[in-house]
Design a protein around this ligand. Structure first.
Ligand code: HEC
Length: 176
């Protein structure tokens, strides 16, 4: 091995050693890492539920109840207390506007809890139960039916997903 190659390998070895403990969130530590981990847990639950609501996996009301509880547990003040003022260090994707619009941030976090609890309670109420003929309806009628059936598991799941997105749109930087 010539000197240059050796130096390159050494540099590579060092960068791997340094990067390993924090690679999951590109340098996040402390409370930033903690909230990222909790967000990831919610993401996993949303993903499993999404597959069920899309019919990609079999619908399991008990699993939906469990995932809803997971999200409820990580929302509201449990979520907001992971955002102490100006905690933007270490690879955080949070925007400073969080602390300027704290009321809205708290509201969305409380909504997450309210809607996940409603989903837990309505896990057995599927949209297709209340509108058997939805598939054969015209688009307009189907959409009206959908709006009316606002407490089905399906519509609550959509509301939940909208709450995640709406908070991210305002309060999280776009991934590069
Ligand atoms: C009240 C606002 C709010 C709500 C509601 C919210 N998030 Fe987040 N989320 C954030 C913020 C802010 C960040 C960026 C945190 C950081 O990087 O410091 C984030 C980051 C994330 C991340 C990236 C974590 C990482 O590893 O970098 C995921 C995934 C995520 N959220 C999923 C969800 C899901 C799924 C929901 C809904 C069930 C949700 N979030 C609801 C504010 C919210």
């Amino acid at each position: 091995m010539n000197k240059l190659t050796t130096a390159m390998f050494t540099a590579l070895a060092i960068s791997i050693t340094v990067a390993t403990p924090v690679s999951a969130h590109q340098g996040a530590t402390g409370i930033v890492k903690e909230r990222m981990d909790q967000m990831d847990i919610m993401k996993k639950s949303m993903k499993s539920m999404s597959a069920m609501f899309k019919g990609k996996t079999a619908y399991d009301a008990e699993a939906v109840r469990q995932h809803s509880r997971t999200i409820a547990k990580h929302s509201d003040t449990t979520l907001t207390k992971l955002f102490p003022e100006d905690s933007l260090q270490h690879a955080s994707e949070a925007k400073p506007v969080i602390w300027q619009k704290w009321d809205k941030f708290e509201f969305l976090s409380a909504e997450l809890k309210r809607i996940s609890e409603a989903l837990e309670n309505s896990a057995d109420v599927r949209e297709s139960d209340s509108s058997e003929a939805a598939m054969s309806m015209t688009m307009d009628t189907a959409m009206m039916t959908e709006t009316a059936a606002s407490d089905t598991a399906d519509s609550l799941f959509r509301e939940l997903a909208d709450t995640c997105s709406s908070c991210h749109t305002t309060f999280r930087k776009k991934k590069k």
